[in-house]
Design a protein around this ligand. Structure first.
Ligand code: ATP
Ligand code: MG
Length: 389
């Protein structure tokens, strides 16, 4: 029997002219995702992506699980395929749905016929298959209003398919269909979640991490690399840029008034991110900022940080509660790593009384003693790349 996975596309079917390239992107992302699992045939027809075994013993269970992490798929179903005639469809339904029919108390058949040349209507298909299943499994009763099990029959271009309940997919749009952005990745709970959320909108991401050795430890850096690796389940392969940040932080500590330390540091992060963005074609900067969560996340503080930028900052967590962020972090599998107790450069030289409602001009004045361009150049010269897959 041919086991097959049907992936229904989400929003991308609404995209009119771009639809073809969205579909191609999704098919290519699916192929990459399945590559480590085995050989599969992946193709798109009528806004459904079909995944079939491409070799004997291809692990369909593992493929089904992996596909639930691919953005652009709204739901997935494992199905069995057969020839487009009623005898074959009925025989397959009886055989393929044996376990489901034996454990459910009631069922209903829903049919779809996208091949309009098929001789029966969808209602007739449902009736015939329903009768045959009732005969084969008399303990499972027909209930058209509130069935425990919904059996689906689809007559499509190449074949007919029999399947039971679909499971939800990751939703969103295929990564790479909506441009490239940088994502500022710390070791905290928030930034892995913001990365996930923007990847879900179809954006390919380049993680950037600011590293202040020896004030932050090698374990802190390893932790961020590990978070980046975990995110590749959703984002696909990424190359992380690690920025040496120690000298900048020391200069700020030595030459600027303490209450502005964090604000000035964040302006440097943005300037360096913008330089990396220009070099890599990224068009926005993603952060895990959340209104009011810490001193640097007031509206005035964010204005002073963003004043150095000519590109948008995407802050998908801005209006969320911590609880919601934690829930997502657990769901995507980064929470346990995020709570490992290593320090971040944001906690090095933190002011005792940070300015929370600064004017941009005050912050500019506070950083005036620094040679900004030279410090940014120096950091850019020390960039390190880590490939995450
Ligand atoms: P997170 O949980 O993501 O660390 P946070 O609530 O601790 O966020 P901040 O420490 O103020 O908030 O950082 C705000 C955002 O700035 C982070 O979400 C992240 O996008 C970015 N950021 C902070 N520290 C770093 C770092 N060392 N490297 C890269 N980005 C960073
Ligand atoms: Mg942090």
């Amino acid at each position: 029997m041919n086991d097959i996975i049907l992936c229904k596309l989400g929003e991308i079917v609404l995209k009119g002219l771009n639809r073809k390239s969205f579909e191609q992107k999704l098919v290519s992302n699916i192929k990459h995702k399945l590559f480590p699992i085995g050989r599969f045939r992946v193709y798109c027809m009528q806004s459904i992506v079909y995944v079939e075994a491409g070799e004997e013993n291809a692990d369909m269970d593992a493929a089904f699980e992996a596909l639930q992490q691919v953005f652009g798929i709204i739901s997935l179903t494992r199905a069995a395929a057969c020839e487009k005639n009623m005898d074959a469809i009925i025989a397959l339904a009886i055989d393929y749905l044996k376990d489901a029919m034996e454990s459910a108390a009631s069922f209903k058949v829903e049919s779809k016929r996208s091949d309009k040349s098929f001789s029966l209507t969808s209602i007739q298909i449902s009736q015939q298959v329903g009768d045959a299943l009732s005969d084969a499994y008399p303990d499972c009763l027909v209930d058209v209003h509130n069935p425990e099990l919904k059996v689906h029959i689809e007559v499509r271009d190449l074949a007919a398919y029999v399947h039971a309940a679909p499971v939800p997919g990751a939703g969103g749009m295929p990564v790479g269909s909506n441009g490239v952005a940088l994502t500022l990745l710390s070791g905290g709970i928030d930034s892995p979640v913001s990365t996930y959320m923007i990847a879900k909108r179809g954006v390919r991401l380049i993680p950037v991490h600011f590293f202040s050795f020896p004030y932050t430890s090698m374990q802190a850096k390893e932790k961020v690399i590990e978070l980046g690796r975990q995110l590749t389940a959703y984002t696909g392969k990424m190359t992380m840029e690690i920025v040496p940040f120690t000298h900048i932080q020391e200069e700020i500590r030595d030459k600027c008034p303490e209450e502005y330390f964090t604000l000035i540091m964040r302006r440097f992060m943005m300037r360096i991110a913008q330089r990396i963005a220009k070099d890599t074609g990224a068009k926005a900067i993603v952060t895990g900022e959340n209104l009011g969560q810490v001193a640097s996340q007031t509206m005035e503080a964010m204005a002073s940080t963003q004043a150095v930028l000519q590109m948008p900052v995407l802050q998908p967590l801005i209006g969320m509660d911590k609880e919601e962020i934690v829930r997502l972090s657990r769901k995507i599998g980064t929470f346990e790593t995020s709570i490992l107790p290593y320090e971040d450069c944001c906690t090095v030289f933190t002011p005792k009384h940070p300015r929370t409602h600064p004017k941009v001009s005050e912050v500019e004045e506070a950083e005036a003693p620094l040679d900004v361009d030279a410090l940014v150049d120096e950091a850019m010269a020390g960039l390190e790349q880590v490939v995450l897959a």
